[in-house]
Design a protein around this ligand. Sequence first.
Ligand code: SAM
Length: 282
Amino acid sequence: MREGVPPEGAMPVTSSATVRAPGHVRRIVAHRVRRLRGAIRPRAKTEAPGLAEIPGDRPWQHKWNVLEVALAFAVANNIVGDYLEFGVYRGGSFIHAYRHHRQLFERYTLAHQARHTDDPFLRSKMRFFAFDSFEGLPASEQSEIPLHWRGDHAMSFSERRFLANLEAGGVDLTDVATVPGYYDISLTPDVGPRLGLTRAAVVNVDCDLGISTVPVLEFVEDFLVDGTVLIFDDWFYYRGHPGRGERGAFEAWLARHPELVASELMRLYPTVAFILNQREPG
Ligand SMILES: C[S@@+](CC[C@H](N)C(=O)[O-])C[C@H]1O[C@@H](n2cnc3c(N)ncnc32)[C@H](O)[C@@H]1O
């Protein structure tokens, strides 16, 4: 858009001090600006007029449903901890998680603060951690992955643009920390102490590949609490093979942790979420 030219459909603004566009116009303009800056996912081609909706063809909506349930579980169970997302790309699910949690928590606090003023959960504040190479997927065997993940550094999106999307999406950046880099290098033991990360309430694993999920699971071990929710966004890729992709990495990791028990919280293709608890002795 050219500078100084009002967006299509917007009222010309002469001076914000004297003339103010009506609320619905301001909302349309704000929406278009956010859309232009990439914060809002453009409508998929399948949503073109005349084409019927295809069940199962809107996986990003399904994953957002699972995300909402995971956050609701964390609030309803008063789990103190942060939100960790591995694979943030343009920020779509990250922004959704942030906004959804803020609403849930605000409502829960309003309902209970009068009788539980000093409760540690109500006094806590979830922080949001974004882990990504910001350079796209690492190299992997191309013939094994679907077309939409193939190519040189597929889904490359810079940290600067990611943060701009967050701002445009209404996220307070003081609540956010980014950890840039490929996981086999960036997920070092100093990350937690350096960023004040000690407890994870919800971990959203959306890095597509098994090779990416392995270091993620090793890293999060230090931050698990009773009731941490682990979401696997791409559980059903690799043709649903139980030993491959995010699913294969999780099954192998869980087998090395007999002290943990994983209970399924929700599954909605292509995503599955688990609750992790310590196994009761005996
Ligand atoms: C499907 S996108 C994430 C989409 C995002 N969660 C959403 O729903 O809006 C996958 C992301 O994982 C990141 N990623 C995958 N493997 C990685 C690795 N080994 N290290 C760092 N980032 C990785 C890619 O850079 C990409 O941004």
